[in-house]
Structure formats: C-alpha cells, structure tokens
Design a protein around this ligand. Structure first.
Ligand code: NIG
Ligand code: FE
Length: 426
C-alpha cells in the first residue's frame, strides 16, 4: 500500500465544489450550480477529502496549526481548482492510429463507407489480436498518464478491438495491469459487442451468442469488468441484440451501458427497462422518448469529440435534452476512429461552442454527472468531505477559461486519491 501524505491546498482563487444540491444526477437548472468558494482551502487525509472551506478558516483550525509541519502544503496562488474530471467513455486498448481512414474522410468518405471498405473499428482488430498483453498494457499506461496531465482522475476504459475470447480478455487484463500502476481510478467495461468481427460476417446472431455465453461468463468470473457495453446502431448491433446482451449482463451481475443514436435513431423503451447507467452519443433521440429518459436515472453521455473529428455539421441536441430534464454527461470517447482526444477541456469547449451548453453546465457534465454515469457519485465528481481526494488545478483565475482557451493544456496539477502529480511548483 502506498503511503498517502496529508495534503492541504490553500489560496485557491475559485474552488468549484459541485457539492450536492439534491439526490441523483444533475438535471435542468441544477446542472449550472458549481458551488463556488473563493479564497478556498481543501484538506485531504489518507486519500479522502476531510474539509473544504475558506483558506482563512482552514488556517485557524487548531488541529491544522498543530500538525502543519507534517502536511504537504500547496499554495494555489489564486488559481482554479475543481473535482478531477470523470471521463466516463473511452476506448484506450488499441495499437495504431487510423491515419488512412483520416485521409479518406478528408477526401469525402463517411464513417459507414470507411467501415464498408474494411476501415473503421474492424481495422483495429488485427493489431490488438497480434499484440502482447505487455504491449497493450504499455499503450493503456501511456493514455492514463496523459489523462492525468489533462485533469482526468477517473476514467472508464472499454475493451472492444479484440472481439474474440482471447483478445477481449487480453484487452481487459491490459486495462487492469495499467490501472494498478496509476493513482487514479479506472472503471473497466467489456465491449465484446462493438462490431461483428470479419470471421462472423453474416452470422451476427452467433457472435452475440458467443459474447453472451462464452466471453461474458469468463469476464465476470475473473472480475475483469464492471460494465457491459454494446454498440447499438446501424451497421453494428440491433436493439434486439442489445436487450439480449443486457439480460446476459444482468445474469452475471454486471452493470450496463450502451452506444446509442450515433448514426440512427433507436427507440429507448425496451432498453430503459434494464436501467442502463448511461446511453452514449445520443445524436438521434426520438422526442417521444424524452419524458421516459428524463424520469430515469440513466445518464445521456454526449461525446462531441466524435462529431468534431468526423467532421459532422450536426451535434447532439444538448439543449433539448437538458430542457427535457434528462441528466447529461460529457466524455471524450477517446478512440482511434472517431475521437482521438483525451482532453475533457476540449470536449467541454465543443459542448459550449457547438451544443450551446454553458461553461458551468459543461463542467458539471464532466464531473458530477460523469460520476453518476459510472454509478460512482458517492465517491467521485465533487469536492466534499468524505469523497475521494480527486482534484485538478488549472492555471486560470476564472473557471470559464477552461473551455475558452481551447487546444492547449493548462492543467498544472492533478491529485488522484490524494496523490499529487504535479507539473506545478509552488
Ligand atoms: O464511440 N461507435 C462506436 N464506437 C466508437 C468508434 C470506435 C472506433 O471507430 O474505433 C465511438 O465513436
Ligand atoms: Fe465509443
């Protein structure tokens, strides 16, 4: 066990606490409530947040006065501190970028045409199948380090480019091995149903059976994943396949989430019965499904990095979702095909400029609602006593600068479960 030193952050210009205002994920107006404290301080002990308040009050505390010498003190010099980002949707287990697809798309091909021509998700399978577990682990490890540099302290990580028993297990083991050496929190997801691999072409039902009856039991037995995901869309899996996969996940005690509505509309009724933690993308959602979604605890996770990178004019209609009372989260969807970015600030910037979310809404969506999307809001997503000490510091004096200064990383310090990883000297 790593020894975690006591840590005190003082002179925080703006501390965005995201402290809870009500039970459940943020919806509607509550998505804008950041719970800001100025001239703030945060004390962390044993990897947990123990007190949050003003610097003045913190420095008057008798316990602190007595123990100050034993505590690592960080003078934040008026900067912005907020909960570490919760990136609730990434695909980090792949070997190569897809540069040929990138060029084809620039020349006019779309996502589905590229997939038809043998590009897309299927073109990452070979690399993963041939790679050693150690090589995949190194890739994931590098991603985790980079995420931390950008302010992310909790990340969901999917398999999904192995697409046979051996390589899906290998991918999830790589996630587990990389996570062990990272002070942040990794939530593994089994995405065996990403696409039908080439050897099952025309036999998708058999592949779904393989996912449910052979892969999933092994994944569950080895405790390699917390969630099961399925890409439910045109060209991937049907809503019928998705419910089949959800039912199998339920049987194995795994929680569920899905890729939905990226390319086409799928009605939500049958899926919501399984209470997925999150439905992701949601570019296409039927109006009639909004009330049911708003009444559920299922989060709609928007990933505008994919719309940006695919060069789409259309983005998910965040305003319609928020105004309907749907709980909305933001994630990067880091992957080699549609969203090769691991920057939550970039996703936030896109959410503001292209989806008309306010900076405050974008921050809540990428912190506390990301935590809800992973069913971890009891530990993550806000700066409150009792929660894990996950924090990010940005070299700004106003939080609205985070999505404003797009394209450059201004995160200067990340604290993960109480462990500071600094590119910051005070
Ligand atoms: O979320 N839509 C399915 N999965 C990814 C794309 C993955 C890939 O192209 O490798 C997504 O956009
Ligand atoms: Fe994805």
């Amino acid at each position: 066990m790593r020894k975690i030193p006591p840590l005190l952050l003082i002179n925080i210009g703006q501390l965005l606490t995201l402290r809870s205002t009500s039970d459940g994920p943020r919806r509607g107006a509550s998505l804008s409530e950041l719970g800001i404290i100025q001239d703030a301080a945060v004390l962390c002990l044993g990897g947990k947040i123990v007190s949050v308040g003003t610097t003045k009050d913190a420095l008057r505390d008798p316990w602190l006065k007595k123990n100050r010498k034993k505590i690592i003190e960080v003078d934040c010099r008026g900067r912005v501190v907020l909960p570490g980002f919760v990136d609730s949707h990434t695909h980090p287990v792949f070997m190569q970028p897809r540069l040929v697809d990138f060029e084809k798309r620039i020349a006019g091909a779309n996502y589905e045409e590229i997939a038809e021509a043998g590009g897309g998700i299927r073109s990452s399978i070979d690399g993963v199948r041939k790679a050693s577990k150690a090589a995949l682990t190194d890739k994931v490890r590098a991603v985790l380090a980079d995420l931390a540099r950008h302010g992310t302290t909790t990340v969901e990580a999917k398999s999904g480019y192995g697409l046979n028993l051996e390589s899906e297990l290998k991918s999830l083991e790589a996630i587990r091995a990389a996570a062990r050496g990272w002070p942040g929190t990794v939530v593994p997801t089994f995405l065996g149903a990403h696409v039908v691999p080439p050897e099952y072409r025309g036999r998708s039902q058999e592949y779904v059976d393989l996912v449910c009856n052979e892969m999933m039991p092994d994944v569950a037995k080895r405790k390699l994943a917390q969630f099961v995901d399925v890409f439910c869309d045109r060209g991937a899996f049907s809503a019928g396949d998705a419910t089949h996969i959800f039912a199998a996940a339920e049987e194995h005690g795994l929680a569920i989430r899905a890729h939905l509505g990226q390319l086409s509309e799928t009605r939500l009724g049958a899926l919501l019965r399984y209470r997925p933690a999150s439905l992701d993308h949601m570019d296409y959602v039927n109006d009639a499904d909004l009330p049911m979604l708003a009444q559920s605890d299922t989060v709609a996770t928007l990933v505008p990095g994919a719309n940006y990178f695919l060069g789409l004019a259309r983005y998910p209609d965040a305003r319609r979702l928020i105004e309907s009372g749907v709980a909305v989260a933001l994630a990067t969807d880091y992957n080699p095909g549609s969203s090769p970015t691991l920057s939550i600030p970039m996703a936030m910037s896109l959410a503001c400029t292209h989806m008309k979310m306010s900076p405050a809404e974008a921050i809540a969506a990428a912190t506390i609602n990301g935590a809800w999307a992973l069913r971890m809001a009891d530990r993550k997503g806000s700066v409150e006593a009792g929660k894990d000490a996950d924090l990010a510091m940005f070299d700004f004096t106003d939080y609205r600068e985070i999505p404003y200064w797009f394209g450059a990383n201004r995160c200067v310090m990340t604290i993960m479960n109480g462990v500071p990883s600094g590119h910051f000297s005070s």
